[in-house]
Design a protein around this ligand. Structure first.
Ligand SMILES: O=c1ccn([C@@H]2O[C@H](COP(=O)(O)O)[C@@H](O)[C@H]2O)c(=O)[nH]1
Length: 288
């Protein structure tokens, strides 16, 4: 399999950079007139895979909303990942795993090995047990052509207390950006490295205040930017806040698109509207 960064670059060239989420909130199941049960979850999952598979560069199922149904929900998550694989759509499983290295190796096996039922093209991971603790995930992802997105500046309002903390004259988020840049230094040619970061669409002002824009742009990391829509951020905010790093950004949105369901065409239209807005973030392809 080609490295994740290459596969992502191809998908973004085809569909644009938007990452759409599959987040079966109880309130969305209700709005779609589905029961908040495993059966309702199954219908939600089937509709969203049909709507987004083959229509977006990257689809991000949120594990928590499947896990809340126990083993049956996790089985459904396996089906969602398999459904996306079948139509050749890249999956980013949002699980935010992080642990001591030996346990991290087991998480890596769970999501990034070729034979796991829960394998995805990429996962989100948390570096707050120390960046080095993530090494088993980077190593296995590299061997299997998969990707890893490291939380760097998350979209929630509470995040700054931890992520902007300063240690040895460096912010935590700045240190993470530099570690990711180093991990991507040897990645194959192309826009994106194989190691991404999560940098919320809501944090543009912080990027400027902390002077991190240029370092983000140099990292070659695909920058997953959740927060578009329900959390109040817009694609325009990304253009303004991310500066030179904007071409690396994958604007991510879940509820704002999912609210258009359950009709498959309406879901696709809602996705397409964000995709059209987001096309302004990337420079046009050079003419031959
Ligand atoms: O910093 C982060 C990291 C992850 N998320 C996840 O993205 C989606 C956002 O959903 P919306 O409905 O578009 O708000 C959700 O799965 C979060 O867990 C994030 O929001 N911020």
């Amino acid at each position: 399999m080609d490295p994740f960064g290459i596969r992502l670059g191809e998908a973004v060239a085809r569909f644009g950079p938007v990452c759409v989420g599959i987040d079966p909130h109880a309130s969305l199941l209700e709005a779609w007139k589905l029961p908040d049960t495993v059966q309702g979850l199954r219908q939600f999952a089937e509709i969203t895979v049909e709507a987004f598979g083959g229509h977006a560069a990257l689809v991000k199922p949120q594990s928590a909303f499947f896990e809340r149904f126990g083993a049956a929900g996790v089985e459904m998550l396996e089906d969602v990942l398999a459904g996306l694989r079948e139509v050749g759509t890249l999956s980013l499983l949002d699980v935010k795993r992080g642990d001591i290295g030996s346990t991290m190796a087991a998480y890596a096996q769970a999501y990034l090995s070729d034979c796991s039922p829960l394998r995805a093209d990429a996962i989100t991971v948390s570096p707050f047990l120390g960046f080095g603790s993530l090494t088993p995930a980077f190593d296995l992802a590299k061997r299997t052509g998969r990707g890893v997105f490291v939380l760097a500046m998350t979209s929630n309002p509470e995040a700054g207390h931890v992520q902007h903390a300063v240690w040895e004259q460096e912010t935590v988020s700045g240190a993470i950006i530099d570690e990711v840049a180093e991990a991507n230094a040897l990645a194959s040619a192309g826009t994106f490295g194989d190691v991404g970061m999560v940098v919320g669409a809501t944090v543009g002002e912080d990027i400027a205040d902390l002077g991190l824009g240029e370092r983000l742009a140099q990292s070659r990391a695909p920058l997953l930017a959740p927060g578009v829509g329900a959390q109040g951020a817009t694609v325009g905010d990304i253009g303004r806040g991310f500066g030179a790093a904007a071409p690396l950004v994958l604007p991510a949105t879940s509820r704002a698109v999912l609210e258009a369901g359950p009709d498959v065409d309406a879901l696709r239209k809602a996705l397409q509207a964000v995709q059209e807005e987001a096309s302004a973030l990337r420079p046009p392809a050079p003419l031959d």
